[in-house]
Design a protein around this ligand. Structure first.
Ligand code: NAP
Ligand code: NAG
Ligand code: NAG
Ligand code: NAG
Ligand code: NAG
Length: 296
């Protein structure tokens, strides 16, 4: 296990990452564009690096948690030679291409690179209940596994370094789909003509109707997944042709009540496309085969 660590980026997430290592007794060095965010950490024994090079050189293990790709241009790239011999664990949000690009850059400097996605918000990381997904060479991952396990349950997905970003984005996409449905469903309920919005108890709707309904649908996605794995979409429980009018009704009701139909129009397009291509009798799992960018 590494005894020292450098954490780059002290935003909401980076601060918690640094606190976890500090509490576990690591000699913790931190760097942030705005150094004042390190005040509490320094009071608790962390060292504040004043330059990027100093931050990199202080530890063999470097954890990066910055806002985005652009932030890295103005940081790590200032001190490339200092990456030599270091292991970079990058927990910054991005695309697979960004991860591959950075991995190549770090390796070219004689460093090692693992990319990760934090599945959780800062309080979950602080409480040790988040899970994290990683990709990159297995031996590099194993060399830091005990250290990064302090941040939450780790899972190594694949040696291909872009994998964690792709899976992270896939999980987030599932989450945003859920939130999209939540917002649209609540908007519909609150749009009832002749009713005052403040007389509509959203908690009551969500707790007694939406959540039980979605819990069943959540389980149903496992059946859909089996159909996709088997490449057999012929189950007749909810055929595409049967669902098209239901979706059209949601669009009509939304428009009539002054709610944007856009969230539902997106999936409606896929249903119509799959039907037009002759798959109307299949279950909705068939839609994965029609989600191609060129048609949408
Ligand atoms: N918060 C979450 O729930 C959560 C969960 C999972 C993953 N993440 C990921 O963790 C990463 C950090 O998120 P966060 O919530 O900590 O974000 P945040 O609170 O907005 O912090 C952003 C960090 O990036 C730095 N930064 C931004 N632009 C910069 C630039 N041009 N040059 C140098 N530094 C720059 C900021 O420095 P300053 O302090 O100087 O502004 C700060 O350290 C993101 O990739 C995020 O997606 C966050
Ligand atoms: C960290 O990952 C982000 C997102 O993939 C990328 O934009 C950034 O360049 C990487 N930074 C480092 C230092 O590896
Ligand atoms: C990062 O810097 C390079 C030049 O070193 C530039 O070509 C690139 O556009 C920059 N990327 C971003 C996202 O700012
Ligand atoms: C809304 O309903 C919940 C029960 O689901 C109840 O606990 C709450 O007090 C109600 N809120 C209002 C403002 O009536
Ligand atoms: C790679 C990574 O850190 N992904 C995160 C992107 O941001 C969302 C929300 O802030 C997180 O849930 C992801 O884990």
């Amino acid at each position: 296990m590494a005894k020292s660590i450098s954490v780059f980026g002290l935003g909401a997430m980076g601060l918690v990452l640094a606190e976890v290592f500090l509490k576990k007794g690591y000699k913790t060095t931190v760097w942030n564009r705005s150094p004042e965010k390190a005040k509490d950490l320094v009071a608790n024994g962390a060292h504040l690096a004043t330059t990027v090079a100093e931050g990199l050189e202080a530890s063999d293990l470097i954890v990066v948690c910055l806002l985005n790709h652009e932030a890295v241009n103005t940081t790590i790239k200032q001190a490339l030679p200092s990456l030599k011999g270091r292991t970079v664990v990058n927990l910054t949000n991005g695309t697979s291409d960004h991860a591959r690009e950075m991995s190549a850059l770090v390796i070219a400097q004689g460093g090692r690179y693992i990319h990760g996605g934090i599945m959780g918000v800062p309080p979950m990381v602080a409480a040790g209940v988040a899970f994290l997904i990683y990709s990159g060479p297995l031996e590099v991952y194993q060399s830091v596994e005990q250290d990064i396990a302090l941040l939450g349950t780790p899972r190594h997905l694949d040696a291909e370094v872009g994998t964690a970003s792709l899976y992270d984005l896939a999980l987030l996409s599932g989450m945003y789909g859920l939130f999209t449905g939540f917002i649209h469903a609540v908007s519909l309920v609150r749009s009832q003509p002749g009713k005052d919005k403040k007389d509509i108890n959203v908690s009551e709707f969500v707790n007694t109707l939406l959540v039980p309904w979605l819990s069943h649908m959540n389980e149903y996605t496992k059946i859909l997944a089996d159909q996709i794995d088997a490449d057999d979409y012929s189950s007749k429980s909810a055929r595409i042709v049967m669902q098209i009018p239901a979706i059209d009704n949601i669009v009509q009701q939304s428009k009539a009540n002054g709610i944007s139909p856009e969230p539902i129009a997106a999936i409606q397009k896929l249903f119509i496309l799959a039907n037009d291509r002759g798959f109307g009798n299949d279950d909705l799992s068939q839609l994965v085969n029609h989600n191609d960018a060129k048609e949408n």
